[in-house]
Write a protein that binds this ligand. Sequence first.
Ligand SMILES: [Zn+2]
Length: 102
Amino acid sequence: MKGQDKKILFPIGDSFQVIESSGEKKIECLKCGYVYGAADKDPKANSRMMERPVTFTSSLNGYGMADRFVIREFYCPQCGLLIAANTQLKEDPPFMEMSLSI
Ligand SMILES: [Zn+2]
């Protein structure tokens, strides 16, 4: 992110860092600087999602209830960094799991 007032506050894992810019705390991609949005919102909301069948990770999953589940992978829209992956019921909405209160 460009900006003279950008201050890096702290990293989160291998995918994100929290920054402060123009008085607002935001989450950005640790690899490329793409700004996902406000720090109190899950970065998945502004990522790119791809769905895969559960048999993608193991053919053994085909012996279970493979038709009921899906793997959802979330990527940085600018550099393609994988930021999360969840296995969920197909009918459930994408799982939002991160919200910082700083
Ligand atoms: Zn990125």
